[in-house]
Design a protein. Structure first.
Length: 379
């Protein structure tokens, strides 16, 4: 029976190839997953949000935000987007809708904010109302601005997650040139911060009232977190870039230190240890999972639907920028027990991963001619 099944899969793949189908379509016939293009022609898309009636909101790093219609057509750039510093890895980055968006039409977005005077930039988080006709942002308000401003083109972090209590988590990079600041509490570099939707500080944040500590900080010791998602239990999970190796999956908890740059499973670009070359030290948290070599993890999402079979429910999906695939992590609690590489021939940088209201997974590819893709289950 085993040999018969293998022969059947091989025959299915061969027949699909003969019919002129793509390699991914052939794999789908054999029970894997494939993609279909929802929209194309997006310039370096970064963040994706769902705004109802089959429409999606997509950010483009050069500073534009567009509505994608159910038929895949792209709307004109929304009016009202603030000035964005489009430099290096910076620009208009993540976007998410408020948990009560259907009533209040509120959304949150983060971007590289230029200094008011002089040089430098930092990650800012703004709230806005999407107009009734979905053509402009109204009542735009910056509710958080990372301190300090730094003259850097890299490591902005910038993933937004709204917790079940309504508070907002924002991931922040170490800005590359200031990695030691990830270990101190007098700045926002290399941190996860937690604020209320109006920008005020929740009184139960771990460093509220501590002298010399910024009260927005939730956790510290991070490098460049470009993935974040809520698990079914409501807990925050994050993905962050290591240097050369040492990409991490973490579950940031209040007040805990995740080690960068004191401990890491990576090394300097070109070789050589980071600091003392430690991978562990008392008082510093170990990652739940790490990659060597780096896959350059970006957007991530938990599978909460049964669209892909019950075996996928609770899995964590992580986009790879470097190797251009989608990683599927099977979990046993907080432990990764198996990893599978999906879409190995995709050939595009996977920047964002989201589950839509329809239960399907959607991907954004970070290319000059980027695409919005829908992940389809095998048949």
């Amino acid at each position: 029976m085993k040999n018969l099944r293998l022969f059947s899969l091989s025959l299915t793949t061969a027949l699909a190839a003969i019919a002129g189908l793509s390699a991914q379509a052939a794999l789908a016939q054999a029970g894997a997953v494939t993609t279909e293009v929802v929209a194309r022609g997006l310039q370096n898309p970064w963040g994706l949000a769902f705004i109802g009636n089959g429409r999606m909101l997509v950010t483009e790093r050069p500073g534009r935000m567009r509505v994608v219609a159910p038929d895949g057509s792209l709307g004109e750039p929304l009016a009202g987007v603030p000035q964005v510093d489009v430099v290096g890895q910076g620009g208009l980055l993540d976007v998410t809708t408020d948990r009560d968006f259907a009533r209040n039409r509120t959304l949150y977005f983060c971007y590289a904010e230029p200094a008011a005077s002089g040089g430098g930039n930092s990650t800012a988080l703004a709230s806005a109302r999407l107009s009734d006709d979905a053509t402009r942002l109204e009542s735009v308000k910056v509710i958080f601005s990372q301190r300090p401003k730094v003259s850097s083109r890299a490591h902005f972090g910038c993933r937004i997650v709204q917790a079940r209590d309504g508070n907002l988590f924002l991931t922040l990079g170490d800005r590359f040139s200031r990695m030691a600041d990830a270990q101190t509490l007098d700045n926002h570099l290399g941190k996860v911060v937690r604020i209320k939707p109006d920008g005020s500080v929740p009184p139960d944040n771990p460093f509220v009232g501590r002298a010399g500590a910024l009260p927005e900080i939730w956790s510290l010791g991070h490098r460049n977190l470009q993935g974040a998602a809520l698990a079914a239990d409501g807990r925050l999970w994050t993905g962050e870039h290591g240097p050369q190796g040492g990409d991490e999956i973490n579950r940031p908890e209040a007040g805990k230190n995740y080690g960068w740059p004191v401990i890491t499973y990576g090394e300097n670009y070109g070789g050589g240890p980071i600091g003392e070359g430690l991978t562990a030290k008392p008082g510093l948290e170990q990652p739940l999972h790490y990659w060597v070599p780096s896959i350059a993890p970006a957007g991530m999402a938990f599978v909460h639907s049964d669209r892909y079979g019950k075996a996928w429910r609770g899995n964590l999906l992580v986009g790879s920028l470097k190797f251009r695939y989608l990683a599927r992590l099977e979990l046993d609690g907080a432990r990764v027990r198996h990893e599978e590489k999906l879409l190995p021939t995709l050939g595009q940088r996977v920047r964002d991963v989201r589950q839509g209201p329809d239960g399907f997974i959607y991907l954004l590819t970070d290319e000059r001619n980027g695409q919005l893709l829908r992940l389809l289950p095998g048949r």
